[in-house]
Design a protein around this ligand. Structure first.
Ligand code: HEC
Ligand code: HEC
Length: 460
């Protein structure tokens, strides 16, 4: 680039996460503190990191700072699923399911849906399968995925094969599931940029809603409306508590804030109660679980202090910058991404609120490639399991920032909510419903153009 100074060239590097953006493209790419985090806040970040990565143990123990695991749980640390803050994947062959989980419920016609719960829990197993239990407490089940090949062709005749998952539960510990039980398998998402998505103004997100497809482009998009738990003792987080709120986190946008998402993970995935989730996930049928948790009634197992630290940690993980955004293939791929209208849902740019509670996250121009809205993605991707306002065919547009680093950080390339896609291309080919037109347009591109579009995705 003759005549362009190094500083000017650097100016051109799109900073996906604004001033939080980090540029270390190693296996730690998702685990770095936001670039603009002060030294004092870095100390809190690393304290939060310790509670995220280190294993929790059964109570009581000598290390009371990290006890409270179980009685029912998926695993003993956040990091088992979000390894290196990266994403989970479906098990290989007959291996146990490690870095993903299975949600369960029954249809609203079978049991009432409490507004603060958003689903009708399955009567015996609750709303999530916890495969493991402490000694004397039976684990719930071992989820297994069977795969069926599905073949298709691009317009130029190139053939491809996708794998369609079928989920089943083996070794049910508490008898049969309700005959109408609805199951939904989900991989752990990568955790970069959570705080920036949280700081994105609600009005900016709702501006992309088009529930009745008034503009007739085949893409509607609507917000999930979830329940924000009252958090009355906390000064910083309680103003909007105890009422309906915009959902932002999880594959169906079922959680409104990072803090509530983190507390829900402690309760649901690790069996650790907090002020937000004071109850263990035991149903009336699970007496061993009931007995084992009765001793800890009263005091939440997780202190507010630790909840705050892990919340801050998840909020301020830096977003990785792009690699080779100026390469010709990346630029052509970006143009194709827009031409086939991927960006109708994978919205490129937002500006976070100037008065965001976390100063490092305020007023940032970010490129998350999501509208944070729900879209009908067709029969192929449907899990048939509603969650708050999301129906059984809807999913939140997945953010694409950092997606090109998944292979480096997580050492796999499994995409979509249940990890069924084995590559970015397979992820595109699964798009149906409101995403069908973009998917079909992709299959009509030439091989060179498809490669350019994929090159662009890998540069994110
Ligand atoms: C058993 C695997 C598992 C464990 C353990 C786990 N998570 Fe998750 N995590 C998930 C899955 C799956 C989702 C998506 C949930 C959904 O769609 O409902 C998720 C979502 C999240 C999100 C929101 C991500 C997004 O893109 O919206 C955050 C933040 C998060 N987890 C933090 C944590 C923390 C903190 C812990 C430890 C207390 C933890 N997780 C433990 C599997 C796990
Ligand atoms: C109608 C809205 C919509 C359009 C248009 C759309 N997507 Fe998506 N995309 C989604 C949703 C929703 C998901 C999550 C689906 C799931 O996990 O089941 C997703 C997931 C993805 C994923 C996987 C992300 C992950 O974290 O696993 C990739 C990659 C992707 N889209 C790329 C594209 C590309 C490229 C295009 C254009 C060819 C496109 N999308 C068009 C809504 C859309």
């Amino acid at each position: 680039m003759p005549g362009v100074t190094a500083a000017a060239a650097e100016e051109e590097i799109p900073r996906a996460g604004g001033a939080t953006t980090v540029f270390r493209f190693t296996t730690d790419a998702f685990s770095l503190p936001a670039a603009n985090l002060s030294m004092r806040r870095r100390t809190a970040f690393f304290a939060g990191n310790a509670f995220f990565t280190q294993p929790w143990v059964q109570a009581p123990s000598s290390t009371t700072a990290r006890d409270g695991l179980g009685p029912l749980f998926n695993t003993n640390t956040c990091q088992s699923c979000h390894l290196k803050d990266g994403r989970g994947r479906p098990p290989e062959g007959a291996a146990p399911m490690i870095s993903m989980l299975v949600r369960v419920s029954v249809p609203a016609e079978v049991a009432p849906v409490a507004p603060e719960h958003g689903v009708a829990p399955e009567p015996t197993y609750g709303d999530q399968i916890q495969p493991r239990g402490l000694v004397g407490v039976q684990g719930e089940a071992a989820p297994v995925i069977d795969w069926t090949p599905v073949r298709g062709k691009m317009a130029d005749g190139t053939s491809f094969e996708l794998l369609r998952p079928t989920l089943r539960l083996e070794g049910l510990g508490y008898g049969p599931l309700h005959p109408d039980a609805l199951l939904s398998a989900r991989v752990a998402p990568a955790l970069v940029g959570m705080g920036l998505l949280e700081a994105t103004p609600e009005a900016a997100i709702l501006a992309h809603e088009d529930p009745d497809d008034a503009d007739g482009d085949g893409i509607s998009g609507r917000a999930n409306r979830v329940w924000r738990i009252a958090d009355s003792e906390s000064t910083a987080h309680d103003a909007a508590g105890g009422q309906s709120a915009l959902g932002r986190f999880g594959w169906k946008a079922g959680q409104p804030t990072v803090r509530q998402q983190v507390a829900a993970a402690f309760a649901g995935d690790l069996g650790i109660t907090s002020r937000l989730f004071p109850e263990q996930p035991c149903t009336a049928a699970q007496r061993g679980c009931q007995r084992a948790s009765s001793s800890s009634r009263g005091e939440p197992e997780l202190s507010d202090e630790v909840l705050d630290l892990v919340t801050l940690y998840a909020q301020v993980l830096g977003v990785p910058g792009r690699r080779t955004p100026q390469a010709a293939a990346a630029r052509s791929g970006e143009a194709l991404f827009r031409k086939v209208r991927c960006n109708a849902c994978h919205v490129e740019t937002y500006t976070t609120a100037h008065d965001a509670a976390t100063p490092e996250l305020a007023g940032q121009v970010i490129h998350p490639y999501t509208d944070l809205l729900l879209h009908d993605m067709g029969d192929g991707l449907a899990d048939g399991r509603p969650e708050f306002a999301a129906d059984g065919r809807e999913w939140r547009t997945a953010p694409l920032w950092g997606i090109g680093l998944v292979e480096i950080v997580s050492r796999h390339t499994r995409f979509l909510h249940d990890g069924r896609a084995r590559s970015l291309e397979e992820a595109i080919l699964w798009h149906g419903g409101e995403g069908q037109a973009a998917r079909d347009a992709y299959t009509r591109l030439s091989q060179v153009e498809r490669d350019q579009l994929l090159f662009f995705l890998k540069s994110l």
